[in-house]
Write a new protein. Sequence first.
Length: 99
Amino acid sequence: MDSYRVALGVGPLLPGSRPDDVLPAAASAARATTTVESFDVAIVRGRARINVRFVARGNDEAVVIASRVHAAVGELADVTDSDLARRSGPRWHPVFWSL
Protein backbone atom coordinates (compact mmCIF):
# COMPACT_ATOMS: atom_id res chain seq x y z
CA MET A 1 0.00 0.00 0.00
CA ASP A 2 1.25 3.45 -0.89
CA SER A 3 1.07 6.65 1.13
CA TYR A 4 -0.95 9.54 -0.31
CA ARG A 5 -1.69 13.10 0.74
CA VAL A 6 -4.70 15.17 -0.19
CA ALA A 7 -4.34 18.89 0.46
CA LEU A 8 -7.36 21.20 0.33
CA GLY A 9 -7.44 24.96 0.49
CA VAL A 10 -10.29 26.02 2.76
CA GLY A 11 -12.14 29.26 2.14
CA PRO A 12 -15.12 30.76 3.95
CA LEU A 13 -17.26 28.47 6.05
CA LEU A 14 -20.78 27.71 4.90
CA PRO A 15 -23.65 28.90 7.10
CA GLY A 16 -24.02 26.77 10.21
CA SER A 17 -20.52 25.29 9.99
CA ARG A 18 -17.99 25.61 12.78
CA PRO A 19 -14.24 25.94 12.17
CA ASP A 20 -13.41 23.08 14.53
CA ASP A 21 -15.62 20.67 12.55
CA VAL A 22 -13.74 20.90 9.24
CA LEU A 23 -10.53 18.97 9.97
CA PRO A 24 -12.25 16.10 11.84
CA ALA A 25 -14.75 15.77 8.97
CA ALA A 26 -11.91 15.50 6.46
CA ALA A 27 -10.11 12.84 8.49
CA SER A 28 -13.33 10.90 9.13
CA ALA A 29 -14.17 10.83 5.43
CA ALA A 30 -10.85 9.14 4.67
CA ARG A 31 -10.94 6.94 7.76
CA ALA A 32 -14.27 5.46 6.63
CA THR A 33 -12.43 3.25 4.12
CA THR A 34 -8.70 3.38 4.84
CA THR A 35 -6.01 4.01 7.40
CA VAL A 36 -5.30 7.69 8.02
CA GLU A 37 -1.63 8.28 8.74
CA SER A 38 -1.96 11.91 9.80
CA PHE A 39 -4.05 15.03 9.38
CA ASP A 40 -3.42 18.69 10.10
CA VAL A 41 -4.26 22.22 9.18
CA ALA A 42 -1.72 24.87 8.25
CA ILE A 43 -1.71 28.42 7.02
CA VAL A 44 -0.14 28.69 3.56
CA ARG A 45 0.16 32.13 2.00
CA GLY A 46 -2.37 33.44 4.49
CA ARG A 47 -5.00 30.76 3.79
CA ALA A 48 -6.08 27.65 5.66
CA ARG A 49 -4.96 24.37 4.12
CA ILE A 50 -5.99 20.89 5.31
CA ASN A 51 -3.70 17.91 4.75
CA VAL A 52 -4.83 14.32 5.16
CA ARG A 53 -2.32 11.50 4.69
CA PHE A 54 -3.68 8.04 4.07
CA VAL A 55 -2.82 4.70 2.51
CA ALA A 56 -4.34 3.31 -0.69
CA ARG A 57 -3.83 0.48 -3.15
CA GLY A 58 -2.87 2.61 -6.12
CA ASN A 59 -3.88 5.90 -7.66
CA ASP A 60 -7.43 4.88 -8.57
CA GLU A 61 -8.31 4.07 -4.96
CA ALA A 62 -6.53 7.22 -3.75
CA VAL A 63 -8.62 9.37 -6.10
CA VAL A 64 -11.82 7.88 -4.68
CA ILE A 65 -10.68 8.59 -1.11
CA ALA A 66 -9.47 12.10 -1.95
CA SER A 67 -12.80 12.86 -3.64
CA ARG A 68 -14.63 11.70 -0.52
CA VAL A 69 -12.48 14.01 1.64
CA HIS A 70 -13.10 16.89 -0.78
CA ALA A 71 -16.87 16.30 -0.63
CA ALA A 72 -16.89 16.18 3.20
CA VAL A 73 -15.00 19.46 3.47
CA GLY A 74 -17.19 20.97 0.73
CA GLU A 75 -20.26 20.38 2.91
CA LEU A 76 -18.77 22.69 5.54
CA ALA A 77 -16.70 25.27 3.65
CA ASP A 78 -15.67 26.49 0.23
CA VAL A 79 -12.80 24.39 -1.09
CA THR A 80 -10.51 26.78 -2.95
CA ASP A 81 -8.07 24.26 -4.41
CA SER A 82 -7.04 20.65 -4.06
CA ASP A 83 -3.97 18.52 -4.68
CA LEU A 84 -3.34 14.80 -4.43
CA ALA A 85 0.15 13.34 -4.20
CA ARG A 86 1.74 9.90 -3.78
CA ARG A 87 4.84 9.41 -1.68
CA SER A 88 7.84 7.73 -3.23
CA GLY A 89 10.79 7.67 -0.86
CA PRO A 90 11.25 11.16 0.59
CA ARG A 91 9.37 12.91 -2.24
CA TRP A 92 5.74 13.57 -3.09
CA HIS A 93 4.66 13.12 -6.72
CA PRO A 94 1.43 14.67 -8.07
CA VAL A 95 -1.49 12.43 -8.91
CA PHE A 96 -3.75 14.06 -11.48
CA TRP A 97 -7.46 13.93 -10.70
CA SER A 98 -10.57 15.91 -11.46
CA LEU A 99 -13.75 16.34 -9.55
